[in-house]
Design a protein around this ligand. Structure first.
Ligand code: ADP
Length: 279
């Protein structure tokens, strides 16, 4: 049985199932030292409802990719299409969760979660009901009126995630959201995220530097090349759902996939290190 399909051998998903498409996507930044090509000719299709995880060496363009999706950066070449339309026209369908929870410190937890609904003009009673429901789903009921400084890092990040889900986005993009958390909190949040994903059937694009996390969460894992980032390969995670992620390492496919991912990533890290040395 083949666990792994390269980009080249993988059949294109049925067009009706494609939510998101990166087409010949490139991004270069103008800097004082000249142009820096961050992403180059990246091509990928993501299915509606898919959980795609992304790994790659530091500085390979992962955050740049998400920033282009979120409309914070413009592609230099190529395009990003959401349901066949330029993503710039569909920004309101995207929820963005960054590594450091960016809850507003002057708003309580529930006021933070209600914020996207407020700017969309939802009546107060309705947005309160939605925010309360989401907070309860991640065991934050009872903390609605706390300010961010009164909450732990894990609680703040749970608030951050449900804030991004509260307005029912088609696509949730997450940039190393569990990076700063301790191992136990991280496992709890991974489990809660998978539960939310299963219930909501959203498409998720999730960046991580943690290979076990990429496997535990993802339907597929994209490995990005050393900068300029492109899709080096996309590996299928052939592990059934729902997953017991606390014991994911006991799955028969896990070891092979982890080894393959580690090998692919190590090659790119070596290239990154060599280029920094001018080699
Ligand atoms: P990653 O998220 O994979 O660590 P980034 O997307 O943050 O990588 O960065 C990719 C490359 O683009 C890096 O070389 C970085 O220095 C450069 N870069 C990112 N943002 C900017 C910017 N605003 N201006 C200039 N260069 C940038």
């Amino acid at each position: 049985m083949s666990l792994v399909l390269s980009m080249d051998s993988k059949p294109e998903p049925d067009p009706a199932q494609v939510l998101l498409e990166f087409r010949n996507l490139s991004k270069s930044y103008e800097t004082r030292g000249g142009a820096v090509l961050a992403v180059s000719n990246l091509n990928l299709q993501v299915r509606d409802g898919e959980f795609l995880t992304i790994v790659g060496p530091s500085g390979c363009g992962k955050s740049t990719l998400l920033n282009m999706l979120a409309g914070l950066e413009k592609p230099s070449e190529g395009e990003i299409l959401l349901r066949g339309r330029p993503v710039a026209e569909a920004q309101r369908e995207i929820g963005y969760v960054m590594q450091n929870d960016n809850l507003y410190p002057w708003r309580t937890l529930i006021q933070n979660v209600m914020f996207p609904l407020e700017i969309r003009g939802m009546p107060a009673r309705e947005r309160k009901a939605i925010a309360e429901e989401y907070l309860a789903r991640v065991q934050l009921d009872g903390f609605e009126d706390k300010y961010p400084y009164e909450l732990s890092g894990g609680m703040r990040q749970r608030g951050n995630i449900v804030r991004a889900l509260s307005f029912s986005p088609s696509l949730l993009i997450m940039d190393e959201p569990f990076g700063p958390l301790d191992a136990q909190t991280r496992l709890l949040l991974q489990m809660q995220l998978l539960e939310l994903w299963r219930e909501e059937k959203k498409t998720v694009i999730f960046i991580t530097h943690d290979l076990p996390e990429a496997i535990a969460l993802g339907d597929r894992v994209m490995v990005m090349s050393a900068r300029p980032g492109r899709a080096k390969c996309v590996l299928d995670v052939d592990i059934s759902r729902p997953r017991d992620i606390a014991h994911i390492h006991e799955e028969s496919n896990y070891r092979d996939l982890l080894t393959r991912l580690g090998d692919e990533l190590a090659e790119e890290i070596k290239i990154t290190v060599a280029s920094k040395r001018g080699g």
